[in-house]
Design a protein around this ligand. Structure first.
Ligand code: COA
Length: 259
């Protein structure tokens, strides 16, 4: 499929998806949301893609938010529709059975911070800044920021960031647990690939189950302990479990197939 606002690069099982609107700080317009949604749907069915990196074009911005110029004249109905589409994308990323890592190469503001937070892992370059500045516009976050920031940073710091609209730098984001690691800008993508490569050596179905169990913790409609029990049990019927346990006993490396 042809995309207008994102770039795709596939290498050794990892699909790197770059939001490509550098002159607009990679702001998320409706087209980017639709294209990212399509990609995230496609990778579920694509057996070659084992993991995803999300990043932004250029050296300044990961994504500097939803596109203010595009929504400036929206009414409440359009605003709610925009928010629902954004939520659908963020939920698709968060529930992806394949790990998704945000390589945050600069400003991650508003929808950009929300996009990064929907990913399973985040690595920030030293020049990254995170923030939810929507209150400066008379708005609130609309892509899950009021919920996921609390999950990642805790209620006090989340409320402070959400109510002041102030940015924090990469070091502060690391202290808050908002990011897993900080990298030099030129090492960011290498470090992202190295972290995903470690995960890709493990059993893919087990990775998908771990993601689902952890997501269940934050889903008040599901009992995470019960989800774990069921996924644990189901693991015993996989070929990868048989291979993993046999490989251990035979003192060799397991060769997982994702079956
Ligand atoms: N939506 C639409 N356009 C955006 C944008 C956004 N969220 N963020 C940046 N841009 C555009 C600017 O309007 C400017 O376009 P122009 O060259 O046509 O005037 C271009 O990107 C460059 O941005 P600029 O503000 O000149 O760069 P800067 O280095 O001075 O500042 C930021 C960078 C990220 C701090 C600043 O652009 C900013 O605060 N952006 C908005 C962040 C925001 O409020 N996000 C939440 C939206 S809900």
């Amino acid at each position: 499929m042809e995309y207008q606002s994102i770039l795709l690069d596939f290498h050794e099982g990892i699909l790197t998806v770059t939001v490509n609107r550098e002159s607009k700080m990679n702001a998320l317009n409706l087209e980017v949301i639709a294209e990212l949604t399509q990609v995230m749907r496609d990778i579920r069915k694509d057996e070659h893609t084992r993991a995803v990196i999300l990043t932004g074009a250029g050296h300044k911005a990961f994504v500097a938010g939803a596109d203010i110029a595009e929504f400036a004249a929206f009414d409440s109905e359009e605003g709610e529709a925009m928010s629902r589409d954004g939520h659908a994308l963020m939920n698709l990323i968060e529930s992806s059975p394949k790990p998704v890592l945000a390589a945050v190469n600069g400003y991650a503001l508003g929808g950009g911070c929300e996009l990064a937070m929907a990913c399973h892992l985040r690595i920030a370059s030293t020049n990254a800044h995170f923030g939810q500045p929507e209150v400066n516009l008379g708005l609130i976050p609309g892509y899950g920021g009021t919920q996921r920031l609390v999950q990642l940073a805790g209620k006090s710091r989340a409320l402070e960031m959400l109510m002041t609209g102030e940015m924090i730098d990469a070091g502060e984001a690391l202290k808050l647990g908002l990011v897993n690691k900080i990298s030099e800008p030129e090492e960011l993508l290498n470090d992202a690939r190295a972290l995903l490569s470690k995960i890709m050596k493990k059993a893919p179905l087990a990775i998908a189950k771990v993601i689902d169990c952890v997501n269940a913790f934050y889903d008040n409609k599901r009992d995470g302990f019960e989800v774990e029990i069921r996924h644990f049990g189901a693991s015993f019927d996989t070929q990868d479990f048989k291979e993993g346990s046999r490989a251990f006993l035979e003192k060799r490396k397991a060769r997982f197939t994702g079956k």
